[in-house]
Design a protein around this ligand. Structure first.
Ligand code: PNS
Length: 170
């Protein structure tokens, strides 16, 4: 039986913290579907859903066991539609725990077959978040070793389109 895990998130943008979880997850699962959420807060996203899909597809273009898809609605419904029963999530610090526990229990309530597997983030990425990346980039700092080059390229492209060098996330 092929073991498929769904790795959901906003990925706005994907960081090496996420990539580290995916790479380690590939040792445990036969296939990982990176599921990018359109959600109510999508309007506040810096990258559109299409951009996020395209960035992540570029990063994993040589990895046949990874699929990248956007999803709408409930995660449990999406996971079921993929005939999967495993959700993979990364945990950075204790601050993540409460939200992750709540989400995994709510998902379990909606689908008792669903299992959420948590992997601890590698220590060197425990401070890293998509919001920190956007803040550093928008203020002209270096994110070397924190995100792949394609993220920085896309970010600068979007800034040029907007003809501004300060970005507001509101
Ligand atoms: O990277 P994030 O923003 O922490 O990911 C959160 C995400 C997308 C996994 C979560 O918000 C989610 O599953 N959204 C889909 C809607 C849903 O199923 N909500 C109920 C979960 S309790």
């Amino acid at each position: 039986m092929i073991k498929t895990a769904v790795y959901p998130g906003s990925f706005d943008p994907i960081t090496y913290g996420h990539i580290n979880i995916i790479e380690r997850g590939m040792k445990l699962f036969d296939k990982i579907i990176i599921a990018i959420s359109y959600n109510q807060s999508d309007k506040k996203s810096f990258f559109s859903i299409e951009e996020r899909v395209s960035i992540i597809k570029k990063i994993f273009k040589n990895e046949k066991r990874i699929a990248v898809e956007p999803f709408k609605g409930l995660l449990v419904d999406y996971v079921k539609s993929k005939n999967a029963e495993i959700v993979l999530r990364g945990l950075r610090t204790v601050a993540d725990f409460e939200f992750e526990l709540q989400m995994s229990l709510a998902n379990k309530k909606m689908n008792s077959k669903l299992e959420t597997i948590f992997m601890m983030t590698e220590g060197k990425y425990s401070f890293l978040s998509s919001s920190i990346i956007k803040e550093i980039l928008s203020l002209g700092g270096s994110v070397r070793d924190l995100v792949p080059d394609v993220v920085v390229e896309k970010f600068n492209e979007r800034l040029r389109e907007r003809k501004t060098d300060i970005v507001s996330w509101e």
